[in-house]
Design a protein around this ligand. Structure first.
Ligand SMILES: NC(=O)N[C@@H](CC(=O)O)C(=O)O
Ligand SMILES: [Zn+2]
Ligand SMILES: [Zn+2]
Length: 423
């Protein structure tokens, strides 16, 4: 039997000892209680550091199979555990694309064998993510796809989105939307706005996101499907989600740490680390995202962890790949900028990074209580350091937050009672 003892753990201001047997939390007692049969346990002394429910990220790219020079399920899941995450949802834009039942079966098996944390799998809405057709949502829902998305591409065809919503609704699954109308993109590489003008770079119109979102919200209203907006990035989109929620549309939304913390006024030169899709928007958009998260319009934070090779993220923004890594910086950035700076308490941050993501997709919450699955992380919330990509376990080092001073370092992560990360 797998027996772990977490000694001197801070849980709601108390210092406790927590024992774990197999995948379950067995006891939580004062750290002054006598420990019997100590030699049966693998012991971790937390030295008064804080235990948190395992973090959850509904938007990661693990690039495996097919693009494993960028990331593998093994390195991606280790990066996640290093960031305090015990649960992630993997996107289907791997090679081959997860767009049919057999590909999904293969992925489900691969996630089980290769991942050190709980890894749920998305399947796509269309063949190859971009064809004007519909995948077999019925079969893939039954096989265990967590939800359906063409992430990386907007669904250009209204009929395709409508049919996908009807099928997803019937199977009690969500549609997760990367909203992007290709006709408003202009081969852009950053947001269309002041920075694009100044740097002479082609700009992506923010209406590309909000106009397609408006379409989808009408379809979601009519079909009753659970519709989840991926990486929301503009003020208009936040307002649309706010209004749709008031109308009773079953809509939820995620925002990335980078869209909350960066905007295009900070792009002072051609820098591929500031290139992602959706692009960093205007300071006004960023303020709307923060307001939307604070008032509950936006339900959760998700990283959109998008690892790429060094070559793919060098040179000019004109040719570099879209995307940045996020799993190993998300918690410390959010903790530093939102909790340490006094905008919200730790409990609210955990709502955004653990409770809401699970509840939204009908999964059980990660909780620190007797009888719960041991999905947890222990953090040194006082550790202050500079983000250093050399410390990343991800193959991707593409982060715009290198050298940023943050608080919060992961000491231990257990996924279903197994050590997924240990400092
Ligand atoms: N976010 C990105 O810039 N890139 C993502 C795709 C996506 O999330 O749309 C990727 O797969 O690299
Ligand atoms: Zn996307
Ligand atoms: Zn993505």
């Amino acid at each position: 039997m797998n027996k772990i003892l977490l000694k001197n753990v801070k849980l709601n201001r108390e210092i406790v000892n927590i024992s774990i047997e197999n995948d379950t939390i067995k006891s939580i007692v004062s750290n002054h209680s006598e420990i019997v049969n100590l030699d049966e346990y693998e012991v971790f002394d937390a030295k008064g550091n804080t235990i948190l429910p395992g973090l959850v990220d509904v938007h990661v790219h693990f690039r495996d199979p097919g693009l494993t020079y960028k990331e593998t399920i093994e390195t991606g899941s280790k990066a996640a555990a290093h960031g305090g995450f015990t649960t992630v949802f993997a996107m289907p834009n791997v090679k081959p694309v997860v767009d049919n039942p057999q590909a999904l079966k293969n992925m489900l098996l691969k996630n089980k064998t290769d991942s050190c944390i709980e890894t749920y799998q998305y399947a796509s809405i269309s063949s190859n993510l971009d064809q004007p057709d519909n995948t077999d949502i019925n079969t893939m829902a039954q096989l265990g796809a967590i939800a359906f998305t063409n992430d990386g591409h907007g669904v250009q065809n209204t009929g395709v989105m409508y049919k996908a919503m009807l099928a997803a609704k019937q199977n009690n699954k969500a549609i997760v939307a990367h909203v992007e109308d290709d006709s408003l993109i202009n081969h852009g590489v950053i947001n269309s706005g002041k920075a694009a003008q100044k740097l002479g770079l082609p700009g992506m119109n923010g209406l590309s996101e909000s106009s397609q979102l408006a379409r989808d919200l009408v379809l979601a209203y009519k079909t009753g499907v659970h519709y989840h907006v991926a990486h929301i990035s503009t003020a208009e989109s936040v307002q649309l989600v706010r209004m749709a929620k008031e109308l009773g549309v079953k809509v939820t939304a995620e925002v990335s740490p980078h869209h909350l913390l960066l905007d295009d006024s900070m792009i002072s030169m051609d820098n591929p680390m500031m290139k992602m899709n959706p692009p960093l928007r205007s300071p006004k958009d960023r303020q709307a995202l923060i307001a939307g998260l604070l008032d509950g319009t936006i339900d959760m934070v998700a990283t959109d962890h998008a690892p790429h090779s060094k070559e793919e993220k060098s040179g000019s923004m004109l040719t570099a790949s879209f995307g940045i890594v996020g799993l190993e910086t998300a918690f410390s950035l959010m903790y530093t900028k939102f909790v340490k700076n006094g905008l919200v308490d730790l409990k609210t941050l955990l709502k955004w990074m653990s409770f809401n993501p699970l509840r939204t997709f009908n999964l059980k919450p990660n909780e620190i209580k007797v009888g719960a699955k041991a999905n947890l992380t222990i953090m040194d919330l006082n550790a202050k350091y500079q983000i250093d990509s050399q410390e990343f376990l991800s193959k991707g080092k593409n982060s715009p937050f290198i050298c940023e001073k943050v608080f919060g370092r992961t000491l231990l992560t257990l996924s279903n009672g197994k050590v997924a990360y240990r400092i």
